[in-house]
Ligand binder design. Structure first.
Ligand SMILES: [Zn+2]
Ligand SMILES: [Zn+2]
Ligand SMILES: [Zn+2]
Ligand SMILES: [Zn+2]
Length: 223
């Protein structure tokens, strides 16, 4: 997927624009102003490998992993309530079902586990999967353990990639939609006019959204 704005993003706190690479340094000051830091948090970089989509967030160390799952679903993923899991080393963190007679499988734990007790050390990677059928794979990196200003929510958005600009496959105008069927095979972006003329029919056309779930399972954007 090639775009013109791949590596630029915006600080959610002050609105300033930075490259994906430079924004970490900015956040270390903007998000953690001296003298105001009272809550233990874990700062994360979330990537959707092979796409231009990324997020910087921090999550309270004493929050359950479930809160991070909720956050990712709300901003990027939720289409119809699929299962999801975090993969940390050989351990899977999932939402355990009450009626699971045999109990959790080996190496499976509940997403009720606290962030501080489940995430790997600073500098380490772990993974997240949403939907075991048409899976969206995310790669997460523990950037740093920090103290942050107090706030109510468990997960705070620090930065996000700018809306990628896609061009219509037929005419080079900015695309507003894509074909979910053709998208699996390659670029299938369309302007409004060409989306209407596309062979696969109306039901295959989904909107361009700022999410790695774009074009999958009828996803139409975050809440
Ligand atoms: Zn900032
Ligand atoms: Zn779905
Ligand atoms: Zn067009
Ligand atoms: Zn198509």
């Amino acid at each position: 997927m090639a775009t013109r704005t791949e590596s630029q993003g915006r600080c959610s706190l002050c609105g300033a624009s930075f490259s994906k690479r430079q924004i970490a340094r900015h956040l270390s000051e903007c998000a953690y102003p001296e003298g105001r830091n009272v809550a233990a948090v874990v700062q994360l970089r979330v990537d959707a490998p092979g796409t231009p989509f990324w997020l910087d967030v921090d999550v309270k160390a004493n929050a359950p992993l479930r809160d991070l799952d909720d956050f990712l679903r709300n901003i990027w993923l939720e289409c119809c309530g699929h299962l999801s899991s975090f993969e940390v080393g050989s351990t899977s963190y999932v939402v355990l079902m009450d009626d699971d007679f045999f109990g959790p499988a080996r190496d499976e734990r509940s997403m009720n586990a606290r962030v501080s007790a489940s995430l790997p050390p600073e500098g380490s990677l772990f993974a997240y999967e949403y939907d075991y059928g048409s899976t969206t794979h995310l790669r997460l990196k523990v950037v740093a353990h920090r103290m942050a200003p107090s706030r109510r929510e468990s997960v705070r958005l620090l930065a996000r990639n700018d809306d990628p600009v896609w061009t219509c496959t037929e005419c080079e105008k900015t695309a507003t939609a894509l074909c979910a069927y053709c998208f699996q095979e390659g670029d299938a972006f369309f302007c409004e006019a060409h989306a209407g003329e596309h062979n696969c029919g109306e039901e295959a056309i989904t909107p361009v959204v700022n999410s790695p779930r774009m074009g999958v399972c009828g996803y139409t954007g975050g809440v």
